[in-house]
Design a protein around this ligand. Sequence first.
Ligand SMILES: [Zn+2]
Length: 113
Amino acid sequence: MSLELKDGKFFRDGNPEPLKFGDKEQIKLMTERIETIKALNGEGLLVHVDLETTYTAYLSFKCTCGVRLNPRFEIESERHYHLNGEIFICHSCKAKYVVNQDKDGMITVKSRP
Ligand SMILES: [Zn+2]
């Protein structure tokens, strides 16, 4: 099925495949590998770039010890996010909190033992 070239040897479906002189599939794979190595050592290999948009939600409230906390969480979208169950700790007094988010999106925090 799929031919691979690893450590200078050919493998088909994970099994070693002997070098076959003139085999078009092996030649194609070897040529591609050589082109890759040339590009990496030369003008650079062109790569595919995937961009991902992420948002950060910052909460803000005062801990019982008096320190203002701004825990932040990465979210996928500014409209739909789920912070329910997220836990954070006061960096000053080590109090632990958990975020609760109701079905309307209202956010509260509760002490967590
Ligand atoms: Zn605190």
